[in-house]
Design a protein around this ligand. Structure first.
Ligand SMILES: [Zn+2]
Length: 300
């Protein structure tokens, strides 16, 4: 209803504003308003998510097929570190293409640990296809940590486990295999875990930066704001937030269950970002938000 009042009010105001104009000027004004409205509509909430994610889904087998093809075309090595049925957990790795003046940076990106968050694997695919990485970066990219969940459009794996709560006790085969793979890798300068939140009003970030190294969060928010609304709520998911950034009080010992980012910051990195796209917005907006966030961080 609010939308109807909004459009009627715009229409009434336009009629008054353009009443004395010639046809050409009137047409130009209307065209500009239509373009502006299209942009507003594009990033409006869809209102589909009630009690969970009810938006667009993906064929994870097809997405991973495209990921593999794009990775091969752009010089990535691919390793399957776990398989359940025909569903593979893949790790992609690419060494720096060229030596640069800057010291080499090790970047880790993972996604698809929740099977009802399709923007993550699609963002991974887009990042690989765009191939727009800064020189001097060594890259590790895990495009889907929970393929069986995607088949069911379920947050949990096919066994009903939330894999992103299993990084302390390693009870699931998927997470145990992921940890075995991680333990064979070098340390990372920064890690990105790409997620979605079906309840959120906009994009936001969890930052784990216990040594207070230069933060990438504000640059990411600034870039994402150009393509997707930011959740500016003072409290998000029960935690204090500022400008779309949450800095959780990091005391893993006090937490009985660990998400992936906790394990990473304990054993592999000292800077970890979890990006949360708002999944009640159009899928393309969420993919663009995750891609823009990663790109902004890597270029800073
Ligand atoms: Zn998630």
């Amino acid at each position: 209803m609010n939308g109807l009042i909004f459009f009627v009010s715009i229409w009434a105001n336009l009629r008054i504003y353009t009443a004395a104009m010639g046809f050409q000027k009137k047409f130009t004004v209307l065209l500009c308003v239509c373009v502006a409205l299209r942009e507003i509509i594009r990033v409006q909430k869809l209102g589909k998510n009630h009690g969970g994610y009810h938006g667009q889904t993906i064929d994870i087998r097809a997405v991973l097929h495209d990921v593999k093809a794009a990775a091969q075309a752009h010089g990535w090595a691919s390793e399957m570190f776990y398989k359940t049925g025909d569903l593979e957990l893949l790790a992609l790795h690419r060494k720096p293409e060229a030596r640069s003046q800057k010291p080499e940076a090790g970047i880790y990106i993972s996604t698809g640990i929740h099977g009802d968050e399709p923007a993550g694997p699609l963002a991974a695919l887009k990042l690989i296809q765009e191939n727009n990485w800064p020189p001097g970066t060594e890259l590790w990219l895990l495009p889907c940590l929970n393929p069986s969940g995607f088949v069911l459009n379920s947050r949990e794996s096919a066994d009903g486990r939330d894999l992103n709560r299993d990084y302390r006790h390693l009870e699931t085969a998927e997470v145990a295999a992921h940890i075995r793979w991680l333990e064979r890798q070098a340390n990372f300068d920064v890690t990105f875990c790409l997620h979605e939140d079906w309840e959120s009003h906009g994009f936001y970030i969890y930052e784990l930066n216990p040594d207070h190294r230069p933060s990438l969060a504000a640059k990411m928010i600034e870039a994402v704001a150009r393509v997707c609304p930011i959740d500016l709520s003072p409290v998000i998911e029960g935690r204090e937030a500022k400008g779309g950034i949450i800095n959780p009080n990091l005391d893993p010992a006090s937490r009985p269950q660990w998400p992936e980012a906790f394990w990473l910051v304990q054993y592999k990195t000292r800077r970890s970002y979890t990006l949360e796209a708002p999944s009640d917005f159009p899928l393309a907006t969420r993919v663009n938000a995750l891609v823009a966030g990663v790109n902004a961080a890597l270029k800073s």
